[in-house]
Design a protein around this ligand. Structure first.
Ligand SMILES: Cc1ncc(COP(=O)(O)O)c(C=O)c1O
Length: 390
């Protein structure tokens, strides 16, 4: 028996993007001292509000079935959080609970896009986006970001790839891997484009709390004019250093979010009430975990720039947000692209980084460093990168 076409299409994605990470883990398991800068696992302990709230919920027996939309306390906490941050009023009806941003993205894609549709994804992009689009049996079309303008949106390039089949634009802001931020002008242009062309704007905002200078997030969701086009998703994976709890949500106009409830029921039959309770408590905390992460991530981003920018033909795109820094290796005398460079770095220097090719064609000559290791480890890794190039 054959599995479905979607399953077959997905089988050829994933694996190759993570090969450097898998090789690094295998070397480490074999006893080699590898510095791992591949994935972005928060290096802070999870937010202190989570465990007591979860323990209390478990003791209270909060393990029954939930409902398709999510627990009331969680939806109310989300409404309060977005109302406080986004300059407009949100209610519980604007939200739908999911186990993490990843499932929320899958649901948005399945819920908004038809099989023959095209979805525009910016290049570079987060490594699972290709799979998310393929999972909806849609076609991914890439619009290059411009490394020379801090990986900002190139609207000529974007408009050039729009077609009558375009149904959605998948936006990641703050951006992984570039660590760049959308500005208000670009946000308005994207929103207006979505309204004019009848497109969905799917906004992955999982790094909202990790903007180093803590400025409010610019987002199409902040504007009533884009309601009915802009849908967002996020989670507590990064903000509360709790990716393993799998607690996230969809946010958007009431009518659209309401229509997605049956899809959520089909996928999940409701989230876990004890995780919802803990998430609601954490969303109302002081934000100390995210504040500490912002501080250490900013410091480490500066460390990478100081250690590598301009050294032996390297170029650092210093991030403004998130857990990663992109380093351009195309100018180095080694004459290697990002993948070959990452391979040599792992084999000769014991430093594991992600090759830019895992995120798109634009970053073919780049590598991505995770900033989630202690400063001295990151410094050692940078020294080894510089030494490899020298
Ligand atoms: C851009 C982006 N979106 C989504 C995710 C997945 O987030 P979650 O843990 O909420 O599913 C990640 C995780 O690294 C990410 O970088």
């Amino acid at each position: 028996m054959d599995v479905s076409e979607v399953t077959r299409n997905l089988s050829s994605l994933g694996g190759a993007k993570w090969d450097m990470h898998v090789r690094a883990r295998a070397l480490a398991a074999a006893g080699h001292p590898i510095i791992e800068l591949t994935i972005g696992e928060p290096d802070e302990p999870m937010a202190p509000a989570l465990v007591p709230a979860m323990a209390q919920a478990l003791q209270a027996g909060r393990v029954g079935y939930s409902n398709g939309r999510g627990e009331a306390a969680l939806l109310d906490a989300l409404a309060a959080r977005y109302t406080a941050r986004r300059g407009r009023v949100f209610s519980a009806d604007n939200f739908l609970a999911f186990p993490g941003t990843q499932t929320a993205l899958y649901a948005l894609m399945r819920g908004l896009v038809n099989p023959s549709d095209e979805v525009v994804v910016f290049d570079p992009c987060y490594a699972t986006y290709e799979g998310v689009v393929a999972g909806a049996d849609a076609t991914m079309v890439s619009a290059p970001l411009n490394p020379d303008t801090g990986f900002s949106i190139d609207f000529d390039a974007l408009e050039a790839v729009l077609s009558p089949r375009t149904r959605a634009i998948l936006l990641n802001n703050p951006h992984n891997p570039a660590g760049s931020l959308l500005d208000e002008g670009a946000c308005m242009r994207l929103g207006e484009l979505a309204v004019q062309r009848g497109l969905w704007l799917i906004c992955d905002e999982v790094y909202e709390d990790l903007i180093y200078d803590n400025r409010p997030l610019v987002s199409p969701l902040n504007h009533a004019a884009f309601d009915g086009h802009a849908l967002g998703c996020a989670s507590i994976s990064k903000s509360h250093a709790a990716p393993g709890l799998r607690s996230g949500w969809i946010v958007g106009a009431e009518e659209v979010v309401g229509q997605l409830v049956p899809l959520a029921e089909t996928m999940l039959f409701g989230n876990q009430p004890f995780i919802a309770d803990a998430t609601a408590a954490a969303l109302g905390d002081s934000g100390e975990t995210a504040a500490r992460m912002r501080e250490s991530l900013r410091r480490r981003a500066q460390l990478v720039t100081a250690a590598l920018d301009g050294v032996a033909g390297l170029r650092v795109a210093e991030p403004q947000a998130g857990m990663f820094a992109l380093v351009g290796v195309g100018g180095s005398d080694l004459g290697l692209d990002g993948h070959a460079f990452a391979s040599r770095l792992l084999e000769q220097a014991g430093v594991a980084v992600m090759p830019g090719t895992s995120f798109g064609a634009v970053t073919q000559d780049w590598i991505r460093l995770s900033l989630t290791v202690p400063d001295e480890v990151l410094q050692r890794a940078c020294d080894r990168i510089a030494a490899l190039c020298a």
